[in-house]
Design a protein around this ligand. Structure first.
Ligand SMILES: [Zn+2]
Length: 197
């Protein structure tokens, strides 16, 4: 199977489908990941996110990187999707891609916090111990993800809103990771935007 279809299958998995939270104006949902999955194809199509193996374009602590200008996902290797750590890294990058698909402008530290929370949520949904699956992963973020996931299990489809304390905590971790102030600007996937839940 192609890497495109591997990512499509990941985004349609039960583990990704359960992710559903808001962080102030940022919404990350299983619906959004499903909509995003329609942008992955091994065929030519209008609003396709291309997937390439380009290790030089992937940061030292990640297995993947999203390029919002080029609507591309760059992977460290062709086998990234073979491990939970690699798949979680792709879920992180696909959170950025979901924001791009929604065409929203977000504070960098908030969007990064949301992407880390989605990454941890995915590992928890796989019944994995986050520090074992992803050594060095920030414990504060994993704890927020566990709390949101617990609430979501009782919320029956409604997104769980992060509290102001959780938002501040997540943003502080992003400051410690040296993410700058400023905003990410999203423009849709080749003009295609998603405005749904
Ligand atoms: Zn990120």
């Amino acid at each position: 199977m192609s890497l495109d279809l591997d990512i499509q299958r990941l985004l349609r998995s039960n583990e990704v489908k359960q992710i559903n939270f808001t962080m102030a104006g940022i919404r990350v949902s299983g619906h959004g990941f499903w909509e995003l999955s329609n942008c992955f194809s091994d065929q030519t199509m209008g609003h396709r996110i291309r997937v390439t193996v380009r290790p030089a374009l992937v940061g030292p602590h990640a297995e993947a990187a999203y390029d919002p200008g080029g609507d591309k996902i760059n992977l460290r290797s062709a086998t990234v999707l073979g491990t939970p750590f690699g798949r979680a890294s792709v879920v992180h990058e696909c959170t950025h891609a979901q924001m791009d698909l929604r065409g929203v402008h977000t504070p960098i530290r908030s969007e990064e916090g949301a992407a880390f929370i989605a990454e941890a949520w995915y590992l928890l949904a796989c019944n994995l111990h986050v520090p074992t699956a992803s050594p060095g992963f920030p414990a504060e973020i994993a704890a927020i993800a566990a709390d949101l996931r617990g609430q979501a299990a009782r919320a029956i489809g409604r997104p769980v809103a992060m509290t102001p304390d959780q938002i501040n905590q997540a943003r502080r971790v992003m400051v410690s990771f040296r993410y700058p102030t400023g905003h990410y600007h999203s423009d849709g996937i080749r003009g295609h935007r998603y405005r749904g839940p």
